[in-house]
Design a protein around this ligand. Structure first.
Ligand code: ATP
Ligand code: MG
Length: 331
């Protein structure tokens, strides 16, 4: 496999279900890249999930199988692309350790998502050491495959920048050229690159503000019912503010008539319940093929896919580790 066609990306197994933000921001692009002939490595990031779910490693492992099912449901073809669980390929842990010796602490302390998560966890006594090293592990994940590019949502941009910095630092310190720069592949559509959740914060598995790919149509209808709309629009005739309304944001992505729907919303010619009803129908229809593909997958199919994926990933990761050890003189 030639390295300039390789693509690496992943999702944390913090929940058994992926959401439409994961799909629009990242997974959709993976499928397009696969169909354009790139060699995709689709990782389920269970070790990354442990940075915040350290108290429930069993759930992380069960979730990982479910995330892999969502990859296949979304259109990742295990015959063409490699689907694997991060912890099954031990090279990720090894490269993480070696890179952690070369990464200045200041670079990690400056990462904005680190500060946010640190606050969520409630101070240094509760914060795991691994949380600070999250971008180093992510760098190891990427550099092991020496990829052409990494397709992710907007929130990952700062982490990806550090990855190229660490790769350059490795080359400089070892006088080698083991790593070359990879591209960030972020959706050009800003709404898709950072899809708002039902409460208008970023849609995130850990915020519980999501519409999930694998929910039933009834669950999706319920979630949409609970979505944040324009608080000052009490009656149908009150003007809406679609820019601040989660339902209108989703219509913009999924409805071919969204411009007209927005104009009617602002003019007080349609109510929130009509928007919700129309969105529910369109979205359930959009998700139907994924849900059908998922239902056809058995647990043992997924185990086979993951076993085969780990083997194929390990071949590439092992080659990179040989180059890394040789550059560092670790024989
Ligand atoms: P967690 O809350 O556990 O961090 P998450 O929902 O943020 O979960 P991740 O596993 O961190 O999901 O991210 C997987 C991929 O999905 C990444 O490429 C990330 O950039 C992308 N992504 C996550 N949330 C969104 C979103 N709301 N809009 C667009 N892309 C997203
Ligand atoms: Mg996240």
């Amino acid at each position: 496999m030639s390295s300039n066609k390789r693509i690496l990306s992943g999702m944390r197994s913090t929940s058994p279900k992926l959401h439409i933000g994961n799909y629009e921001g990242a997974l959709h692009n993976w499928v397009d890249l696969q169909n354009d002939g790139f060699d995709l490595f689709c990782m389920v990031a269970d070790l990354h999930a442990l940075t915040t779910m350290f108290d429930d490693p069993k759930a992380v492992s069960i979730n990982a199988r479910e995330v892999a099912k969502d990859y296949v449901a979304a259109g990742i073809d295990p015959n063409r692309s490699v689907i694997f669980i991060q912890s099954h390929v031990k090279e990720h842990s090894e490269l993480h350790l070696l890179l952690s010796m070369m990464t200045p602490l200041g670079w990690l302390e400056r990462v904005p998502t680190y500060k946010e998560k640190q606050q969520d966890l409630g101070g240094a006594e509760r914060e795991p050491y691994g949380l600070l090293g999250y971008p180093v592990l992510q760098t190891a994940d990427i550099l092991l495959y020496r990829p052409h590019g990494v397709p992710v949502g907007r929130d990952q941009a700062a982490h990806l920048e550090i990855g190229n910095d660490i790769g350059r630092r490795f080359n400089k310190l070892t006088g080698s050229e083991v790593f070359s720069e990879y591209k960030y592949m972020i959706s050009e559509d800003e709404l898709r690159a950072k899809l708002p959740g039902l409460d208008m914060r970023k849609m995130s598995k850990s915020y519980g503000n999501c519409i999930y790919l694998s929910d039933t149509p009834e669950d999706t209808a319920k979630q949409i019912q609970s979505a944040f709309t324009t608080p000052t629009k009490m009656r149908k005739s009150d003007p809406g503010i679609p820019e601040g309304c989660a339902v209108c944001q989703y219509l913009r992505i999924y409805s071919p008539n969204w411009e007209q729907q927005w104009a009617e919303d602002v003019a007080g010619e349609r109510g929130c319940s009509q928007n919700k009803k129309e969105l529910t129908e369109i979205l359930n229809e959009y998700l139907r093929p994924m849900r059908e593909r998922r239902a056809a997958l058995s647990d043992s199919d997924v185990e086979d896919i993951l076993r085969d994926g780990a083997k194929r990933a390990q071949v590439v990761a092992g080659e990179t580790m040989d180059a890394v050890r040789s550059a560092m003189g670790l024989f």
